[in-house]
Each structure stands twice: as structure tokens, then as C-alpha cells.
Design a binder for this molecule. Structure first.
Ligand code: NAD
Ligand code: 89Y
Length: 343
């Protein structure tokens, strides 16, 4: 039997409950302590999840007690916290968004690489069961070389009650959910070289955009449209489903409501229903997102143990965050942005 790795979780706010439930489902690792600068939050998480220790200061990273750290704080805090972990030689999994801009992402990645400390971005949408299956279908060659994708996230979930910091975030929608779509675009369609984007602020009073329409040109010459909005009113609310389609030279896969993949190939059509696993702690409408959290954490642990590269390593994620940076620069300038100019 392998010994479990001991982790420190930093950030006991809104989303951390999913991380802590998730870690309990992961093989080979456990959370040995939690940390939040808010003592009530740290103590509360430790009590709720039966975690032996809680702290208020991330300096505990230097104690030698931890095999990894799970950072579940907002993006403005990531550079300093990752630097503390890297300087202590502690491998990192850090929530999206990695950092607010590409310059910061590049600095974080360079610091970790120079120290030889592994860093993975917690990018969970690609670990949703529906996208693992979609990737399998694409890799099988069933629809041929891919030529076009549309990845769409449009709903009016009251994100502001759970995540009030988003009201004041200047780089809001592309960094909050657009980043999931951009990572999916890379996962399913490969890297992209050029980006254009238009942003919208539909709800009054926001510091940033709450809707964006992004167009990517992939290295393969395929195109992807990413469209995201927190101001799209539909009943029933499709949250948290990513919808759309992928076209290939020989067929199409539609990503439909109800976690259905509709595959058109060889002159026939079939549906595959790919529901997320329900776990004791998941609940609608969040199940699809919640179920992907332990899958993401398990990938981190398995890769850390085997020495394999993380799918969403800091280095690989630079490409994703360059797409987001390019989207903002395109929206601000009205120009097509070349990724090669950003790296
Ligand atoms: P939150 O503000 O509710 O919680 C963050 C916590 O971190 C707070 O309790 C704060 O006190 C603590 N904190 C901040 N800096 C700290 C420091 N230096 N030391 C110790 N504690 C510190 O945020 P949240 O809504 O839980 O979101 C956290 C991250 O998770 C965000 O980046 C968000 O985008 C991401 N998120 C991801 C998903 C997903 O599906 N991947 C879903 C929701 C949120
Ligand atoms: O912040 C968002 C995310 O990353 O996933 C879901 C979310 O919490 C609300 O849309």
C-alpha cells in the first residue's frame, strides 16, 4: 500500500468545500491542514471536514509537513502564495484563473521552473466526464480532422451571491468562465495562433465584462467560437452546462442539453448520454462541476507520484492564458491578436 501524501489547502471560502469533499474521494492523498487568513473560516473548514490542523498564515508551508499545497483563493493572491510554496519546495495545484494577466503567469511559471517545483492549474472542465468522452471520440478519428468548434456557456445563475468579488473584478467573464472554454478549446482542438474578441457589460454596475464572444484560429487552421454570458435568460437555466458542437471533415458531434453527445457520422446519428457521477456530497445544479473536482485532484496526485507532466501544467497553461490575454487586448483595440506576440 502506498503512503498518502499530506496536503495543505489554502483558502476556505465558497468553492473550497468542493475541494475538501473532492480530496476525500482521491486515492493517495489527504488534506492534513487548512489555512485561511480568516480564522473562523479556517477553523470551520477543519471542524466540518475532520481535518487535524488549521492555520491563518501560509508561512506554515515552510514547516516541512506538506507534500503539496492546494491553493483555492482568488487570482490576485496566487503569485505570492505560489512563490511561498515554490521557495519551500512544495508542489502546487492552484485554482483558475492562474493569474490576472499573461505577464504574471509568465513570472510564476519561470520562478517555479527555475526551482524545479511542479505547478498545476486546477482546470476542471476538461476533467468533466462529457469532455473526456468527447476527446475520445475525436481521437478515434470518427469525425475526421476537426475544422470548427463552438463552445457556449450562457446562463443567468446568480454568481454574485456566492462569488461577490466578481462584481469588482475588471477582467471578469473571460477570466471566470471564458478561461474554462479556452482550455477546452485547446484540449479538443489544439493550440491557437490568432484571437479576436468583442466584450459586453450587460448587467449595470459591474467593473468588468459579463459577456464575451471570442474567435480563435487554431494552428491546424480550424476555427473555434467561444461565447460566454452571465446575462442570458433561459428556462430551464442550462447552468453549468457547456453546449456547442465540433465539426470534422467526416462528421459532427453536438454537445446538447442534458449532457448528451449527438454524433453524426457515416450517414447515421446516435446519442450518448454522459452524466456526471453523483457522489454523496454533490447536488444539482452543481453536480457536473463538483464531480470534475476530485477527477482533477486525482490527476494531480497521479502525475505527481509518477513524475508525468500535468495536462494543465503551469507551462502548458501559459498557452491558455495567452488566449485570454489576447481576447482582452483584441476587445480593447478592435484588432486581431497574434499569440506569438505575447509570449
Ligand atoms: P472566496 O473569496 O470565497 O474564498 C477565498 C478564501 O481565500 C477567503 O476565505 C480568503 O480569506 C482566503 N485567502 C485569500 N488570500 C489568502 C492568503 N494569502 N492566505 C490565506 N487565506 C487567504 O473565493 P472562492 O469563490 O472560493 O474562489 C476561489 C477560487 O476558485 C477563485 O479563483 C475562483 O475563480 C475559483 N473557482 C473555481 C471554480 C471551478 O469550477 N473551477 C468554481 C468556483 C470558483
Ligand atoms: O466561477 C465559476 C466557475 O469557474 O465555475 C462555475 C462558477 O463558480 C460559476 O459560474
Amino acid at each position: 500500500m502506498t503512503t498518502e501524501m499530506n496536503g495543505l489547502l489554502i483558502g476556505c471560502g465558497f468553492f473550497s468545500g468542493n475541494h475538501l469533499h473532492g480530496w476525500a474521494d482521491v486515492e493517495g492523498a489527504r488534506i492534513a491542514a487548512v489555512c485561511d487568513r480568516d480564522a473562523d473560516r479556517a477553523r470551520g473548514a477543519a471542524e466540518t471536514f475532520g481535518i487535524p490542523a488549521w492555520h491563518q498564515d501560509a508561512a506554515v508551508l515552510g514547516s516541512g509537513a506538506f507534500d503539496f499545497v492546494d491553493i483555492c483563493t482568488t487570482m490576485d493572491t496566487h503569485e505570492a502564495l505560489i512563490a511561498q510554496a515554490v521557495d519551500a519546495g512544495v508542489p502546487v495545484i492552484v485554482q483558475k484563473p492562474f493569474a490576472p494577466d499573461i505577464e504574471t503567469c509568465l513570472r510564476i511559471e519561470a520562478h517555479a521552473r527555475a526551482a524545479g517545483v511542479p505547478v498545476m492549474v486546477h482546470e476542471n472542465f476538461r476533467f468533466q466526464k462529457i469532455f473526456r468522452r468527447l476527446k475520445e471520440i475525436l481521437d478515434s478519428g470518427e469525425i475526421g480532422e476537426t475544422t470548427f468548434a463552438r463552445l457556449s456557456w450562457r446562463n443567468d445563475i446568480d454568481v454574485y451571491s456566492n462569488q461577490p468579488y466578481l462584481l469588482k473584478t475588471e477582467r471578469f467573464m473571460i477570466m471566470d468562465v471564458g478561461i474554462h472554454m479556452l482550455d477546452l478549446a485547446r484540449f479538443l482542438m489544439g493550440d491557437a495562433a490568432d484571437v479576436t474578441c468583442l466584450n459586453q457589460s450587460v448587467r449595470p454596475g459591474l467593473a468588468g465584462e459579463d459577456a464575451a464572444t471570442i474567435l480563435l484560429r487554431h494552428d491546424s487552421a480550424a476555427t473555434t467560437i467561444v461565447d460566454v454570458s452571465y446575462a442570458a435568460h433561459r428556462h430551464p437555466n442550462p447552468f453549468p452546462q457547456t453546449l456547442g458542437e465540433i465539426e470534422g471533415r467526416d462528421g459532427t458531434v453536438q454537445i446538447l442539453e442534458g449532457e448528451i453527445l449527438r454524433i453524426h457520422s457515416g450517414g447515421a446519428t446516435r446519442d450518448e448520454a454522459i452524466a456526471a457521477d453523483t457522489r454523496g456530497w454533490t447536488s444539482a445544479p452543481w453536480t457536473q462541476i463538483q464531480d470534475s473536482v476530485p477527477r482533477t485532484e486525482q490527476h494531480f496526485v497521479d502525475a505527481l507520484r509518477s513524475g508525468a507532466e500535468f495536462e494543465t501544467s503551469a507551462q502548458s497553461s501559459l498557452q491558455t492564458y495567452a488566449l485570454a490575454e489576447a481576447a482582452y487586448r483584441s476587445a480593447a483595440s478592435g484588432r486581431l491578436i497574434h499569440i506569438a506576440d505575447l509570449m
